[in-house]
Design a protein around this ligand. Sequence first.
Ligand code: SF4
Ligand code: SF4
Length: 390
Amino acid sequence: MLKKIVTSDPQAYLNKKYRIEADAGYFNARNDIFSRSVWDDKVDAKDFYRSYDIANFKPKKSKGFDHWDFAFRNASWHLTDRIGERHFEDTGAVEGFTDPYTLQSPGPTSKAEVNDPKETSRRLKLAALKFGAGAAGICEVDRRWVYAQKYNRKAGTNPPVDLPSKLRYAILLIIPMDHALSKTYPTALSGASTGLGYTVGLSCAVSLAQFITNLGYEAVASMNDTALNIPMAIQAGLGEYGRNGLLITPQFGPNVRIAKVFTDLPLLADQPVEFGVERFCASCNLCATSCPVRAIPDGQPQSDPPNISSLKGITKYTVDAERCFRFWVGLNSDCAICIRVCPYNKDFSKWWHRLALKWSSLALVRRMLLFLEKKLKFGEKQASATWWMR
Ligand code: SF4
Ligand code: SF4
C-alpha cells in the first residue's frame, strides 16, 4: 500500500535509508558513461551513435532490427536530437544531456500573484499532466544531486554547473513510456519507447518552464543534464529505488523517463513514498538474472560502485554502467530488459494489477506474485512483428 513518509526533512529520510555518507553526491558528469565514451578508451561506442542517423543504420537479420524498426526508432528520437544538438557546433552543448534546454521566450515584466504555495503547486502539477507527464512531484533542490561539473563533448572541457541557488525548487516529471513497445526490449523497435519518452519529456519540461516564465518567474527545463533525476524524484514522492538502478513508480513501474524544471516560484515540496519496493527487490532478482551481461547486482546494496560512472558513499544497488553500455553498443540500440522483466512493469490501467500492487507490501502476497510472475512469464519478450500488428 502506498505510504507517504511524513517527514519535515526528506533529506534526512534519504540519508538514513541509503546510509548516505557526508561527502557523497556532487557527481562529475564527465564520468557518465556517455561522456566517457568521448574521452575514455575503456568505453568504446563504436557505431552506436552513428546508427541513430538513418544514413548509417545497418539492418540485422534478428527480428526487431529491420529497416522499419530503425526508421521508427530514429524518428522517435528526431526532435530530441535535432533540438538538443542545435548549438553543438557553436558551443558543444547537447541540450537535455549535457546542458539544460534554452528554448524559452522571455517572460513579462510583471509577476503573477502567488500567495499560496500549495495552490501554486497544484496548478503546476495540473499543467504538467496536460503537457504530457503521467505524474509530477516537487522537491526542494538538494545540492548534493546537482552535478559538480558538466562535460563539453566537443571541447573536452569540464566546467562547473551553474544552477543559481535561488532556484530552490524542482518539479519532477514522470513520463510514461509505451508499455507494449517496452515489451519488445531489446530491439531497435523498442528503442522507440525510449526515444518517445525523451521527446515527450522535452516537450513537457520546456512547456512547463515556459508556463512558469509566463508567470514572471525563472525556470530551467532539464532532462538528464544538470542534476541526478532519481534521488530528486524519490524526494519528490514519485517512487522508490529498485535493484535495476531505476525509479519504480506506483503508476507505471520502472517504465518511465524523468524530466524536471528548476524554479524560484515558491512551492510546496512533496513527501517521499514507500509501497514495498525495497522488500520486493530483496526477494526478487529477476532483473539481475535476466541481464545478459550481469550488470545488475544480485546481492545486498553496497556503497562502493563498480566504476567511476556511479556515485560512491550511498548504500544502494548500482548497475555496472560499463558492462551495460558495452551490451548496448553490441546491440546498436538501448537495452531495457531490466524494465521489461520487472514485476512492477505492468499496465496499471488494469484493476487486477492495481490490486496486486496495493497488497504487494505483504510478504505472502509478494511471494505469490513472484511465483505467478515466473510461472506465467509476464516479462517475456514480445515479438516486434506482434507490435507492428497492433
Ligand atoms: S539495460 Fe540491459 S544490459 Fe543494461 S542493466 Fe538493464 S538488462 Fe542489463
Ligand atoms: S525485477 Fe525484481 S529485483 Fe529487479 S527492480 Fe524489479 S522488483 Fe526489483
